[in-house]
Write a protein that binds this ligand. Structure first.
Ligand code: NAP
Ligand code: GLV
Length: 312
């Protein structure tokens, strides 16, 4: 009977029991216990979202860690966890599609000027606004992995010209796939809409700072659903204030929940979402988590075990 220590920062007994019920459909013997309880001392696996890592580190029977999301930065943070410990992430087509819906909504709000019409409605103004020609708009997606590749294909289907940027060369029909620092700069300079779906690593930390924003075209749209630490928030605010970035839509922040005192709240052309662009769905993710538990228990390497040296 594998004991799995559970922690989510949205944690409560109800959430833990929801996960346990869903996982037990695929592996009835699994027993979820709270990470902070004494029972966790017997855990061979920990299922985690933004957990106190010192506690995880001190559990002596652990054989592997599973992220409750697609990102693993919350587990690798500050190198607290031994780098021999296997770390598994969720890769769920439901989440990729859910992210795609969110990004498409952001892109269409920008191209169709939704907020301009909201403002007109407040003043009872019934007047067409200048429409952007979408066939001329270029979209850059930074990070075309499990999520970004789905977003890229969906935006392409809507008639946009889509570019994807990754670490290793990709081939996705209809998408112009690029790699390397020079191409990153070229995309910043030439595209109209910039979408960050990168994992947080040493290489992507602060990747969107003033030097990136300032070479974007005047009036660009910037969308971030990767991680907050990839954006220097003061630099984004400055570029939004000047109108150089005409619209920014954020789902992730350097500090979450976004502090009440953050200036991001006050910038009218920045939209704030509370890290909900693609939420983990116990219904669709439980099967792969059950499988990962089985694999770790049997000393096998589960699918979607990350490469520790890459950091994602
Ligand atoms: P993934 O499958 O690992 O894809 C990551 C992509 O980023 C890959 O294309 C990868 O290149 C590229 N990449 C990584 N480091 C790079 C670098 N230094 N330079 C250029 N490209 C780089 O990850 P995913 O499942 O798509 O998820 C991506 C991220 O989205 C997660 O890590 C998480 O931070 C975020 N996320 C957010 C939400 C939300 O609700 N806001 C939900 C889920 C995930 P290669 O293909 O060459 O490896
Ligand atoms: C959410 O941010 C995730 O990494 O799944």
């Amino acid at each position: 009977m594998p004991v799995v220590a559970f922690y989510s920062n949205h944690s409560n007994a109800k959430l833990q029991s929801e996960w346990e019920n869903k996982i037990q459909v695929h592996y009835p013997l699994v027993n979820l216990v709270p990470l902070l309880s004494d029972q966790a001392e017997n855990a061979i696996i920990a299922l985690l979202w933004k957990a106190p890592l010192e506690r995880v580190k001190n559990l002596n029977n652990l054989k592997g860690l599973i992220s409750l999301g697609q990102g693993v930065d919350h587990i690798l943070k500050d190198n607290i966890i031994n780098n021999k410990m296997p770390v598994v992430r969720i890769v769920d087509p439901f989440m990729a599609k859910s992210m795609s819906h969110w990004v498409v909504m952001c892109v269409l709000n920008f191209t169709r000027d939704t907020f301009g019409y909201y403002d007109q409605q407040k003043n009872k103004i019934y007047k067409p606004r200048k429409e952007k020609n979408f066939t001329n708009l270029k979209i850059a997606i930074y990070g075309i992995g499990a999520i970004g590749s789905v977003v890229a294909k969906d935006l392409k289907k809507l008639g946009f010209k889509v570019y994807g940027w990754s670490r290793t060369q990709k081939k996705i029909p209809g998408i112009i796939c690029l790699i390397g620092k020079d191409k990153f700069k070229n995309l910043l300079k030439s595209c109209d809409i910039h979408i960050c779906l990168l994992p947080l690593t040493k290489e992507t930390y602060n990747i969107f700072d003033n030097s990136s924003f300032k070479i974007m075209k005047h009036g660009s749209c910037f969308i971030n659903a990767g991680r907050g630490e990839q954006v220097v928030e003061e630099h984004l605010i400055k570029n939004c204030k000047s109108g150089h970035i005409s619209s920014a839509i954020l789902d992730v922040y350097r500090k979450e929940p976004l502090p009440k005192k953050s200036k991001l709240w006050e910038q009218e052309n920045i939209s704030i979402w509370p890290h909900v662009a693609a939420e983990t769905n116990p219904e669709t993710a439980a099967k792969q988590i059950a499988n990962a538990i089985r694999c770790i228990e049997n000393g096998q390497i589960p699918p979607n075990t990350i490469e520790r040296k890459l950091g994602y």
